[in-house]
Design a protein around this ligand. Structure first.
Ligand code: CA
Ligand code: CA
Length: 447
């Protein structure tokens, strides 16, 4: 165990810990950072590692808190009611609400009908819906609890797919993380620590498209969450390990354009925008965070942030109030809606009580609608628009439910008639007929 720990405790990881300890104050992480700063000799390192390992063992988390339901406030309920029926499609995300190891869940794009898509003894997260809505690509730990901080160790993860109807769960790529779809749905992009690959789904052939250490001429560069531009010419990447910034890699010119600090940089549907998380803005009681978006021209970010502050036009979302530690931004396929997660305290992506929101871009930020209500962890949403496929098994269950409703409505109608037709009975009769009509509609085969 000690050997394992020493091997893992390289400078890059410790540097990551150093940043994290600012946020969550974990004493071990602070201690690791101090070790790094003082650059102690190997002997001392081994000794300190034992102490560090014991500290980690004592406080090791073996899963995320399983949450409990939370009631929406009257305002939140009003916003939910206003959204209901407005959008057809699905939102998928990773949650610990029913399983401390996180399952992928799915809800309708209007925030209704949340249900589990995966159920496993592995950590399932980073779901990305295929362009045709047939399936979801996601990260799965090889076994048991693996924290998101270990996303940079591809040997701990595989990429899996599952149908949006919950069928055909399949392992697609071994030892990989951060899988995303190409626009035609025929290939995917993913990373293995410092390298980015594409894979053709028909042939299963993998192609190395970027080697971080060679590209940046620096050891220990981690390429996190690589998102390829829709035209396939650029990679938006969050650099971690020995470098720490966001930006865009031009695959043909082999050049890097820095976006700034922050993380989770991604493209909109046509590559005309880049968006990402920035460590500024309101932050609840965690740390400042907001979502920025920029004009992208030939893969380059037009507006700059930094010494002169943040231009107003690049601010996309920074909620007023406490739940403003925004992460995991994702634009809808048509670029008109934004989904994200936010905490009102705490930062760890896989432990704290993030809740998901949806917002129509351009509307006042106050119209953002909270769509999850559970004290467990809710992270990494993706949104897709279209008709969500239904498995044969659940279609049969739906028909059975509709049939039961129709039977009960029909007997209520008969009972109302049998009891004579007073005014009250007439109301009852009309309601029963309405229910019967709805139930018969539901029984009709969908087109
Ligand atoms: Ca904020
Ligand atoms: Ca939550």
């Amino acid at each position: 165990m000690l050997i394992f720990f020493v091997r893992k405790c390289d400078k890059n990881i410790i540097a990551d810990f150093a940043e994290k300890c600012v946020v969550d104050g974990c004493s071990f992480k602070l201690f690791s950072a101090c070790y790094y700063l003082f650059d102690m000799k190997m002997k001392k390192f081994a000794f300190i590692s034992v102490i560090g390992f014991l500290a980690v063992s004592a406080f090791a988390v073996q899963g995320a808190p399983v949450g409990a339901s939370v009631d929406p406030t009257p305002e939140e309920q009003k916003a939910l009611d206003a959204l209901k029926g407005k959008l057809e499609g699905a939102i998928v995300w990773s949650t610990s609400r029913a399983n401390s190891l996180h399952d992928i869940w799915i809800m309708n794009a209007d925030g209704t009908n949340a249900r589990a898509l995966t159920k496993s003894n592995n950590v399932d997260w980073f779901p990305r819906v295929a362009p045709d809505g047939s399936k979801v690509l996601f990260n799965r730990s090889k076994g048991g609890w693996v924290p998101e901080n270990d996303a940079n160790y591809p040997e701990k993860w595989d990429l899996w797919t599952i149908g949006l109807d919950g069928t055909n769960e399949t392992r697609l790529v071994e030892n990989a993380t951060w899988g995303t779809w190409r626009p035609d749905g025929k290939s995917i992009v993913f990373s293995r620590a410092g390298k980015v690959f594409t894979m053709d789904l028909a042939s299963k052939k993998e192609t190395l498209v970027l080697d971080g250490e060679k590209a940046f001429n620096k050891a220990g560069v981690i390429l996190q969450e690589p998102n390829m531009s829709p035209d396939g010419k650029h990679l938006a990447i969050t650099l971690r390990g020995s470098m720490r910034e966001t930006g865009v890699w031009d695959l043909a010119k082999k050049s890097w354009t820095k976006s700034g600090d922050g993380c989770q940089i991604d493209w909109n549907f046509d590559g005309s925008k880049l968006y990402r998380v920035n460590p500024t803005g309101n932050g609840g009681t965690a740390a400042p965070s907001e979502i920025l978006w920029f004009t992208a021209k030939d893969g380059k970010q037009v507006e700059k942030v930094g010494f002169f502050g943040i231009p107003k036009n690049v601010k996309l979302m920074d909620l007023p109030g406490r739940r403003s530690h925004e992460y995991f931004p994702r634009l809808s396929p048509d670029g008109k809606w934004l989904v994200w997660g936010a905490t009102d305290k705490g930062h760890d992506h896989d432990l704290f009580d993030y809740e998901l929101y949806i917002w129509k871009i351009g509307e006042p930020v106050e119209t953002a609608t909270r769509i999850t209500y559970n004290s467990g962890n809710d992270r990494w949403p993706d949104i897709w628009f279209g008709k969500v496929p239904v498995s044969a098994a659940s279609a049969v269950a739906d028909v059975a439910k509709a049939a039961a409703t129709a039977t009960s409505a029909a007997s209520a109608t008969a009972a109302a008639i049998a009891g004579g037709v007073s005014e009250a009975k007439m109301d009852e009769l009309i309601k029963a007929i309405d229910r019967l009509t709805e139930a018969v509609k539901a029984l009709a085969p969908s087109k």
